[in-house]
Design a binder for this molecule. Structure first.
Ligand SMILES: Nc1ncnc2c1ncn2[C@@H]1O[C@H](COP(=O)(O)OP(=O)(O)OP(=O)(O)O)[C@@H](O)[C@H]1O
Ligand SMILES: O=C(O)C[C@@H](O)[C@H](O)C(=O)CO
Length: 336
């Protein structure tokens, strides 16, 4: 059964809007960052990771964002281009803004955290008038990321992109991607997440992220079905709630639910799972797979990334995801 009809014959399968930043992942792992001395630099930013994941899976991909006018901005843009991602709508800031840094701490495979330096980050300075309508008109899918709603003018740029997407029949995916550092208050988060979610076709988030959206409409049992039902009164066709190692569940407008288990993984670090999951899941949905197949593919893609040191660099190809699934089926991979 097809839950989403993507517009055919467009130059891009997938376009993301949001932050492009730098991950600095501690090399000395399994210890607090106070004791780490060296880091490896990767392109980061949840929407960037997802776009890289989609390109790695073989989809025609573009990005809408803003980078600093410095070596880090040029590193990011060059890396995206080497992945085959169209960066014509990646704007260079000229106000002296900087690149957001995500220092990642890997205390243990299950205890990871991210220290974010995002003051005056260039990505949040993307303006509505810098969003190119023709790019969205040429895209089957637009992914928006919650953190881009945290500050103006990025917030208005996202709503401008949403307007173009609705005008041109582009399917909108909302990856909730809540990052506390960037927001002024929980109320502000809930207001803007709800305003954006009303215009989206597919919602992807964790239970905690959906809880944050429900400040004004309590869901005391934190019911996934209650959460999803609300969005079918708006534009949503699919609502996915992710539950970490416990797997994920999706609801569709027809009232059906779809579940996927997680795969075993030798976890190096937990973050990046959601980005890889989003790429793998959307890859399946865009290929007309069942939701169960798409969620399974996303789950396996997530395991490839959490078994690696990086997020962006580790985003798998379709063959690598299939190989991971097959190796698990043969019992060759067990959970750490
Ligand atoms: N420890 C794990 N072992 C196996 N699979 C996992 C693990 N953690 C996450 N996954 C897989 O990745 C999916 C998404 O992970 P999660 O629910 O943690 O989302 P997230 O919080 O958005 O991820 P991130 O940590 O990147 O922010 C899960 O539904 C599951 O399939
Ligand atoms: O999204 C961020 O700003 C942090 C990412 O760069 C990091 O790779 C991560 O947390 C992935 O979800």
């Amino acid at each position: 059964m097809t839950y989403i009809s993507f517009p055919p014959d467009r130059a891009f399968d997938f376009t993301a809007i949001g932050r492009l930043c730098i991950d600095l992942n501690a090399n000395e792992i399994n210890r607090p960052m106070e004791e780490t001395m060296t880091f490896t630099k990767y392109v980061g930013g949840s929407p960037a990771n997802i776009a890289i994941g989609m390109a790695r899976l073989g989809l025609n991909t573009a990005f809408i964002g803003k980078v600093a006018d410095d070596q880090m901005g040029r590193f990011i843009t060059g890396y995206m281009q080497r992945q085959g991602i169209d960066t014509d709508n990646v704007v260079i800031d000229h106000t002296g803004a900087v690149t957001g840094l995500a220092f990642t701490e890997i205390k243990s495979p299950d205890d990871c955290s991210i220290l974010m330096y995002r003051d005056n980050a260039a990505d949040l300075l993307l303006k509505p008038e810098e969003v190119r309508e023709e790019l969205i008109a040429a895209s089957k899918t637009l992914l928006i990321s919650g953190t881009a709603l945290a500050k103006s003018p990025s917030r208005e740029a996202v709503f401008q992109a949403l307007g173009y997407a609705r005008k041109h029949g582009c399917i909108v995916v909302f990856d909730l991607d809540y990052r506390p550092y960037t927001w002024s208050s929980p109320e502000e988060t809930a207001v803007y997440y709800n305003l954006a979610a009303e215009k989206c076709d597919i919602l992807l988030g964790t239970r905690d992220e959906f809880d944050r959206m429900e400040r004004f409409e309590p869901n005391p049992d934190r019911s996934d079905r209650v959460t999803a039902a609300k969005w079918f009164d708006f534009s949503a066709e699919i609502v996915v709630i992710k539950h970490g190692r416990e797997g994920s569940i999706a609801y569709t407008r027809d009232g059906a639910s779809h579940q996927a288990r997680s795969f075993p993984a030798k976890v190096v670090k937990t973050f990046g799972a959601g980005d890889a999951y989003a790429a793998g899941f959307l890859y399946g949905v865009m290929h007309g797979w069942t939701l169960e197949q798409s969620m399974e593919f996303g789950s396996a893609a997530a395991c490839v990334v959490i078994s690696s040191h990086s997020c962006s660099d580790a985003m798998p190809t379709a063959d690598q995801v299939r190989d991971y699934i097959e190796r698990c089926a043969r019992g060759e991979i067990t959970a750490s």
